[in-house]
Design a protein around this ligand. Sequence first.
Ligand SMILES: Nc1nc2c(c(=O)[nH]1)N[C@@H](CN(C=O)c1ccc(C(=O)N[C@@H](CCC(=O)O)C(=O)O)cc1)CN2
Length: 283
Amino acid sequence: MILDGKAVSEKRLEILKEQIEESRLYPRLATVIVGTDPASQMYVRMKHRACERVGIGSIGIELPEDATTERVLETINRLNNDPDIDGILVQLPLPAQVDTTRVIEAVAPEKDVDGFHPCNLGRLLAGSPVFAPCTPQGIMTILKEYAIPTAGQRAVVVGRSIDVGRPMAALLLNADATVTICHSKTRNLEAEMRSADILISAVGRAKFVKPDMVKEGATVIDVGINHDEQGKLCGDVDFEAVRDRAGAITPVPGGVGPMTIATLMENTFKAAKLRTCDSTVRL
Ligand SMILES: Nc1nc2c(c(=O)[nH]1)N[C@@H](CN(C=O)c1ccc(C(=O)N[C@@H](CCC(=O)O)C(=O)O)cc1)CN2
């Protein structure tokens, strides 16, 4: 079975559009991009288009390639204090001279719709997330949409990044899976991967996952955004080789990517709701 992230994201965006209309809130998202990386520019454009589609107002702030950490922090500070902004998204990666950790930690937790602030990651780890990072949360939505069980399942996450691997493991753990995180120093990586009922690959290596690394019937989730020898977009998984062995598999494109954007929209609406209601959630 192919897990059609594009179709799931379309459905979620339609539902969200209605919810936003009914709420009479007017959520607003600010994006911040530093430099002119074409892929980052494309993702930011996609985010603004999704905002327009569901009824979220958006502003885009573009800083030059040579912007300093201080300049980025000033921008974030201004957005933190702007009552008309519900969510702040700093497009990653940032240029090398910018201190990414300081920037992430500068975003007010209640506006951190990317879910990267330590406060939001801590809540996720504690089992009571407010904003979970968009890619792993989007993956959980796909699993739910296709009624793929997680409780008691053996989940293996390959990759330990702050934006995908670690939060992915926390989300699966919160959903009662038995979770292993693998990384570059893991011994017997292939055996670990073969033990997975749910295999999540977030390593960033084109067609790295081959059929002999996958248990027959496993659910395979591909987080990779890579290019093959022909320059064509592909994931971490050798899709054509693995698809018949997997019970369910996400393609690239059309799998996890669109869910990242749909989840960002959901998080932004949530931020607007938390701002306006007398919530028990305190960040
Ligand atoms: N601040 C953030 N930066 C980055 C994030 C993030 O979640 N927050 N994730 C990635 C990039 N990303 C969003 O920013 C992203 C990547 C891919 C897609 C997507 O829909 N891809 C399409 C294919 C598009 C193409 O033609 O290239 C797909 O997979 O179908 C959306 C968002 C890093 N930075």
